[in-house]
Structures are given as C-alpha cells and as structure tokens.
Design a protein around this ligand. Structure first.
Ligand code: PMP
Length: 452
C-alpha cells in the first residue's frame, strides 16, 4: 500500500478524505467502493463527452502506438495539423495561429505574453498594463493570477503579482449600485474607457475578460451588447481584447466560441477544458492574423511555448473530441437542451424562495442562492451554503460545482452545472431532481445555522 501523501490545492467541497476513483463510464464515475456519481458539472466544466468515450480512448491509444509526443519544434504531426484545421474552421478563420499548451493557466499566460509581444513588435513597448475585471478567474500561474480578482487565491502572492487594473464585473443580477439594467452596458463601457484614460492609452496592453464568467461568479453571461461595447472601447485606444474561454469555450455555451453569441471577435483568446474534454491535458492560445503578422515581422513569431507544446497524444484527443462534437451535433443540443434545463431547474425549485437567479447559456448554468430574494442579500459567509450544497450533492451521488459564497456581501452562494454535452434525458432529469432536493435541504440547514 502506498504511504505517499496525496496533496490537494484545496476544495470548496471541504471533503476531507477523498474517495478513490475506480473508473468512469459516460456521465457516471464509480469509486473503489462501488459508489456511483453522476457528473452534473463535468468536474470543473471539463468532461463534455462524459468519461471513457470509446472512440476518444481508441484515438488516443492509436496515437500512443505510433508516438506519444514528437517535439513540436522539430516535427509537425497529423494530430497537430488536423486539430489546427478544426479550430480554424470552428472559429470561422479568425484564429489560424495557435499555441498549444497543457492547461488553462498556460493558455491565459500565453495570451498575456502574446499581447505584450505584439506591442513590443509594433514599437509600443510602453504598453505593459493589463485591465481585467472584478470577480474573475484566469488561472494559477503568476501572470494569470495577476489578472484574476480572487482575493483568497491572490493573497499569499501579493507583492509579486503584476500591476493590474480592475473594472467592474458585468453582472446583470448584481449591477453596480445605482445603475439600472438599461444603463448597465453604457456604464461599464464608460468605466473601461475612463480606466484606460487614467492609466494612459499608451500604457495599456490589453483588456482580458471571461465572456461568460465561470468559477469566480457562478456562470455569469455578460448582458446583451456588453462585449460589443467593450470591443469598441478597446479599438478606440489600440488596446487588445483577450477573451478567456478556458471554461466557457469549446462549445460549452452552445456555440464553439462563447463570444460568437455576441458577434464579437477578440484579438487573442484562450481555450482549454473542453478542447480535449479531459482525455488529455490540453489548452491553447489562439490569435488573429493581425497579431501574428506583427510578431512574425519583428521576432519571427510568438516567443512563448513549452516542452509539451503541441503534445501529439493530447492533440489526437482534441481531434477525436471535436470530431464527435461536430458529428453528433452536440453544440446544437447543448444550446437547446441547456435552455430547457434552466426552465426545469426553475420549476423544480419554484418552492425555494431563496433561489435568487438561474442563468447561463447552453450547458453552462449557474444558480445563485440568497437569503432574501428581494434585497438579494446573501447568506452569511459562515453558513457556507455553496460548500454545503456541493458536499450534500456529492454524498447523494451528484457532482456539481459549488463556486462562490458571500464575497463581502456582494454575491450569493453559487453552484454551477455543466453536464456532458451527450448526457441522456434520464441523466439530465436525475441532475434536476437530486440537485433540487439537495438545495432544498441545504437551505433549510443554512436557515437553521443563521437562526442559532
Ligand atoms: N481561465 C478560466 C476562465 C478558468 O475557469 C480556469 C480554470 N478554472 C483557468 C483559466 C485556469 O485553467 P487551469 O486550471 O486549467 O490552469
């Protein structure tokens, strides 16, 4: 028996002794004790084809039989070429330039570096500052963490992070004080413009945002027109736009790019989780020809990349996943079925007054619970409702993604659902019935905690 200590980066579930996994099959996972878990959130919105999909497994095996990894700076490969073609097609030709990496953080890190290099290449070396948003999460490496507004995760590293400016989150359920729903987009665009002017346009490299906020907000799609308004401000001042689609991209919201919904094309974007759907670690930074041409002219190309850039077996997994998603028309399914899933959740929870908001797009859905639905006052942090829901669901054999609690009174407890795109009707029904009961019980418990 192994005596090695398995370390974790911490879990919002607060699960002390993690069960040991035995295997996965479709939308279910099984631990070594035979307990079954329905994957209602695809882990952290990763497993868009469920587990052990035989076609993906076979494609990876075949690649491993040929070669696991051919160093990208010496060889190209069928897998890299095919995946590049697929991504270029799926992004309507806007992003033919791709740096493959092994995680979302590396993808974001690469996007930040590409933006800086672009300005250097164009002789605007003073453009070093990034503007990001409050209530955002972009990853754990130092650059990605610097643009993330996640206080507890930043805190141990403060002092060594990049000097980043933060503007308001785009959250229609919780707009800045005094801002009406109709005035929200104009208010946020003005705020970005003022921030650029305050820093000095010649000093700003890029604005980075999640088109649909994931872990830091509990799935928050920006209000209609937001991305277009922000694009216009960026363009006015020569500021690059970086769309972080690590969580919301690769079809999760029912379009391959989340920003397709808004009719907006950023200059640079990141993808990861759903790209190879967890069958291999894979992420990518995608960038436009405008950016690429500047990098090539000045430096011969993007000066970022890793040993495992374009890992052959990882790209083979990506090819297999993306082919199945297209063949089985799973984006259309996520879009339509996701909208219905939101309705089903609202109706199953219609007796829970504390259900403040159900929102999302496609198979990326967030539920926000509040102590008072009129004032939107959250449950106190000590009630830790989101973690209680995650833990109770896990005990009941449902995996959901509890992601935020009361942040200084500015947010309620949120839970994410991100089922596999190919989850069956029965599985979706089971997610709704189990989660609604779990939420009902957890709210009763939270009420009791607050009362005592
Ligand atoms: N960006 C976003 C929007 C994310 O949600 C995450 C992970 N939750 C990351 C970046 C970082 O990805 P990874 O954990 O794979 O490094």
């Amino acid at each position: 028996m192994s005596t090695a200590k398995v370390t974790s980066t911490g879990s919002s579930y607060g699960v002390q002794a993690l069960p040991k996994i035995a295997y996965g099959k479709g939308s279910y996972l099984y631990d070594v004790n035979g307990k079954r878990y329905l994957d209602g959130s695809g882990g952290p919105a990763v497993y868009c084809l469920g587990h052990a999909h035989p076609e993906v497994t076979e494609a990876v095996k075949q690649q491993l039989d040929r070669i696991a990894h051919a160093y990208r700076y010496l060889f190209t490969s069928d897998a890299v070429e095919e995946l590049t073609e697929i991504i270029t097609r799926n992004t309507d030709g806007h992003f033919p330039n791709i740096i493959y990496v092994s995680s979302g953080s590396e993808a974001v890190e690469s996007c930040l570096k590409i933006a800086l290099q672009y300005h250097t290449a164009r002789g605007e070396k003073s453009r070093r500052r990034f503007i990001a948003r409050e209530r955002s999460w972009h990853g754990n490496t130092l650059g990605a963490l610097s643009v993330s507004h996640f206080k507890t995760r930043r805190e141990p590293f403060e002092g060594s992070l990049l000097d980043v400016a933060f503007v308001s989150a785009a959250n229609a359920y919780r707009p800045p004080e005094g801002v009406t729903p109709e005035g929200l987009v104009a208010h946020l665009a003005k705020e970005l413009e003022e921030e650029i002017l305050k820093i000095g346009p010649d000093k700003v490299a890029a604005f980075i945002f999640e088109p649909v906020v994931g872990a830091a907000g509990g799935v928050v799609p920006a209000p209609e027109g937001y991305a277009r308004a922000m694009r216009a401000v960026c363009d006015k001042y020569g500021v690059l736009m970086i769309g972080d689609e690590v969580m919301c991209g690769s079809g999760r919201t029912g379009t391959w790019r989340a920003l397709e919904h808004d009719g907006v094309v950023p200059d640079i974007m990141s993808v990861a989780k759903g790209l190879a759907a967890g069958y291999q670690p894979l992420g990518a930074a995608l960038y436009s020809d405008k950016v690429h041409e500047a990098l090539v002219a000045a430096h011969g190309g993007a000066m970022t990349g890793h040993t495992f850039t374009g890992h052959t077996a990882a790209c083979a997994a990506g090819v297999a996943v993306q082919k199945i998603v297209a063949r089985d028309r799973l984006l259309e399914r996520a879009l339509d079925r996701g909208a219905k899933l939101q309705q089903e959740l609202r109706s199953a929870l219609s007796d829970v007054a504390e259900l403040g908001d159900v929102r999302g797009r496609g198979f990326f859905i967030g539920l926000e619970l509040v102590s008072d639905p009129i004032t939107k006052v959250p449950f106190p942090a000590y009630a830790s409702l989101h973690a209680a829901i995650g833990r109770r669901a896990f005990d009941a054999g449902l995996i959901c993604y509890p992601c935020t609690g009361n942040v200084g009174g500015t947010a309620g407890d949120t839970v994410i659902l991100a089922p596999p795109y190919n989850a069956s009707e029965e599985e979706l029904g089971e997610i709704v019935s189990t989660l609604s009961q779990v939420i009902r019980d957890s709210v009763v418990e939270a009420r009791r905690t607050v009362a005592t």
